[in-house]
Design a protein around this ligand. Sequence first.
Ligand code: NAD
Length: 493
Amino acid sequence: MTQRYQLFINNEWVDPLSGLWFDTLDPFSGEAWAEIPRANKEDVDRAVEAASAAMDGPWGTMSATDRGLLLHKLGELIEKNADNLTLAESRDNGKLSSEVGGQVRYMAKYFYYYGGLADKIQGAVIPMDKPKVFNYTRYEPIGVVATITPWNSSLLLTAWKIAPALCAGNTIIAKPSEHTSASMFELAKLFIEAGFPPGVFNVITGFGNEVGEPLVTHPKVPRIAFTGGDEGGKRVNLLAAQHLKRVSLELGGKSPHIIFDDADLTRAANGVITGIFSAGGQTCMAGSRLLLQEDIHDEFIERLLAIAGKAKLGDPTRSDVQVGPVATRPQFEKIMEYIQIGKDEGARCILGGNARTGEGFGAGQFVEPTIFVDVDNSMRIAQEEVFGPVLAVIKFKDEADAIRIANDIRFGLAAGIWTKSLHRAMLMSEKIKAGTVWVNNYRSTSFTTPFGGYKDSGLGREGGIEAVKEYLETKSVWISTDLDMPDPFVRKY
Ligand code: NAD
């Protein structure tokens, strides 16, 4: 029996006006396990009305302190209900239950952090260059925020947006990926339990063209927070620009992971494996281009083969499994295509390169951890995002060479550097064009620090105090204390 979800609008569960639902599949078994409402433009209108009205309701007049306390309460409920949220999310995206569980518990901290920040958003009194006037700034919420998110980490990537947006006093319409919507409905239940007023958080589900675009173009949605692929991101940006909306985009990456010959190679090898094979490489920040200094190339490859060659693939709910299935069938096919492209381009596949099927592999949506050597940075396998467990290895000579190769790409999301030299670490961190640089670690994120992309990897930042500013308008207020009558036709400067 599959479970049927309803849309969540104005704190109520409602059927989609289309009267249609679609199946969501478990990527391991390949079977449908829940039915997701297929919302349309009219449902978007309903959600926007609710979210707009909520800005003028109790939420709009609530003190920032009380708003913060509500966020805190939500964080507690997320921790309390972590198992349930984890189950819904991992059944949809096929990631290891252990990884999703960790993400969900960590996600609670975003709400604690931004809950604490809510009543610390302060304007300033500005010393003026003019006499007899008092000027101050105040920060105000922008209004209704639409969050549009991908399938790889539905809940966490939504939390990156809604925690600062709610902290700033906005209301939300969450539009999760059509592949991973169930967990957002489970989260919505916690908003009711926490006591959020109606319309503050709404969930509408469906497809990019049927739900995403009406949301992005709706005149009463002034702010779009998007995470997803290039193509969707560019389309959203184009549509939003026509309506002069504020947009943040977290897009793809092809992040360089750079290993110098003076690095602790044991730790570096583990870091490289984490960077590309955890989550089956289905992460925007995957360290998918490995840059190896030429004198350690062969030794380092041996180390990688020794670890990755033993990776256990299988049922992602089992605690001994290290790599789960690919989240969706189209993504599985895309990864297999890229493996063929790499071979056709002349790169040498020294590990994996195959799908895994048969007993223990469910519906067979598995790709083996795959390593290509003899890769030239101009190859498609080095330039394009695969979003799977495929590592492209490129040799470099020295710092200058590594910087040149690392930056010779249209993406700029993240980079990893392994070295014991402080000088090298600082030089590389400065020269690499990426929003995040990890030195002697990889794939860490935190609510306390900004995350986002240079170049085609996106616009704006999520995380830290900076993120709240992205959900606020600044108003400058001038109060005259002048008792003299000014000349009505001459403006004084
Ligand atoms: P996608 O772009 O296909 O979909 C993302 C979301 O956008 C979905 O909810 C989808 O329904 C919606 N959408 C698609 N077209 C739309 C349109 N025209 N208008 C409005 N909404 C639209 O991405 P995906 O395949 O789900 O996710 C994988 C991509 O996400 C990868 O490229 C990855 O790098 C990127 N990603 C980036 C980050 C980051 O933080 N930078 C994090 C995770 C994933």
